[in-house]
Write a protein that binds this ligand. Structure first.
Ligand SMILES: NC(=O)c1ccc[n+]([C@@H]2O[C@H](COP(=O)([O-])OP(=O)(O)OC[C@H]3O[C@@H](n4cnc5c(N)ncnc54)[C@H](OP(=O)(O)O)[C@@H]3O)[C@@H](O)[C@H]2O)c1
Length: 323
């Protein structure tokens, strides 16, 4: 018996490849009808999306030269959703790609030990907030940077960072690093790149480690910033190494076991931004990931108010794709 039916399907479509900062007008929300029919004996699944993670890597896929070569979809096997006592949205955040990246990047690349001074940039983001907590579990002294005083407060008061600073305040990154790292940096977890990396190199200690997770400050630039202080790699005997969580998907079960226990014991926290409605996807992407660039004033206002009320930095975009 054919039990298929026609369903309304909403999509956010990229209208133009993006150069520089993406704009809301680069996206369009389209609606169409689709059939839920799955041919007999097919192993296909009909999937209803409830949550969509808004992640920085999406920006790469919007660029003409990169988007041709990337697979259409990289997703976690639904079989991984085996714990149901946590919010479903966690599978797009702490139990998803950002969580795995934080776990792999910190454990495989940082060689952190008790007493080490660890610096995490973009520390209030999905990856950074977890790296900071993992480093605290190892007994490190952890400092994070972010772009607002509210997020600085969040890092120190709720996420257990020893110290945090607003990298935009005073426009004096060198001074801020000097003040917050009087004894230098042993481990730098790099999420930002550009000028941040250049300045941090000067503050690294002998035999320091730099785990390169991402360089979000560079994603919208036509020409990436140059790095001038690479000689520090030699003079300070630094190890700097990049990674991609894509190479470690086999570690997902191990990571889930590790994280779920800590989440249940409330020893590992995760704060999320959740926007509702697929029509808000583009605005949410621009506000959450690329900074306050949204053209939609009302959306930005709603979000700002919501964040103020919650006192949290949340990051998952929630939408109902098929209704
Ligand atoms: N290697 C991997 O496998 C892997 C996997 C996932 C993510 N990543 C990378 O990890 C980094 C963090 O990802 P995430 O998921 O944690 O991101 P996220 O939660 O979406 O956070 C993005 C944050 O980046 C900061 N940011 C945006 N533009 C910036 C700029 N021009 N300069 C400095 N900071 C800027 C903003 O925070 P502030 O308000 O604090 O500035 C923004 O909220 C990204 O670079 C991403 O590409 C790597």
């Amino acid at each position: 018996m054919d039990s298929s039916m026609m369903l309304a399907n909403k999509q956010v479509v990229l209208k133009n490849y993006v150069e520089g900062y993406p704009k809301e007008s680069d996206f369009e929300v389209r609606s169409s009808m689709i059939s839920s029919h799955i041919p007999q004996r097919s192993k296909g699944l009909f999937v209803k999306n409830l949550y969509l993670a808004c992640d920085p890597y999406m920006r790469h896929r919007m660029s003409h030269h990169i988007s041709k070569d990337v697979p259409l979809l990289a997703s976690f096997n639904p079989g991984f959703i085996k714990y149901t006592d946590v919010p479903l949205s966690y599978y797009a955040g702490i139990l998803g790609m950002p969580g795995l990246a934080a776990y792999i990047g910190f454990n495989n690349l940082c060689s952190a030990k008790e007493g080490d001074v660890v610096y995490v940039s973009s520390a209030a983001g999905g990856v950074g907030q977890l790296v900071g907590q993992f480093a605290k579990m190892e007994g490190c002294y952890v400092v994070g940077s972010t772009s607002t005083d509210e997020k600085v407060h969040l890092l120190k008061s709720q996420l257990g960072f020893d110290d945090a600073f607003n990298y935009k305040q005073g426009n004096d990154l060198a001074g801020a690093l000097k003040r917050h790292f009087p004894k230098g940096i042993d481990v730098y977890f790099e999420n930002v790149g550009g000028n941040m990396l250049d300045e941090v190199l000067l503050h690294m200690n002998l035999n320091g480690r730099i785990a390169v997770s991402g360089m979000i400050s560079q994603y919208n630039l036509k020409k990436p910033d140059g790095i001038h202080n690479l000689f520090c790699l030699i003079s300070k005997r630094l190890r700097m190494e990049g990674f991609s969580e894509l190479d470690f998907r086999h570690k997902v079960p191990e990571y889930l076991e590790f994280a779920i226990q800590l989440i249940r014991e409330k020893k590992l926290l995760f704060v999320e931004d959740i926007a509702e409605g697929l029509e808000n996807a583009a605005s949410a992407f621009l506000v959450f990931i690329m900074g306050e660039m949204s053209e939609s004033r009302s959306f930005k206002f709603q979000l700002t108010e919501k964040l103020k009320n919650l006192g949290e930095n949340k990051k998952i975009l929630c939408f109902k794709a098929i209704c």
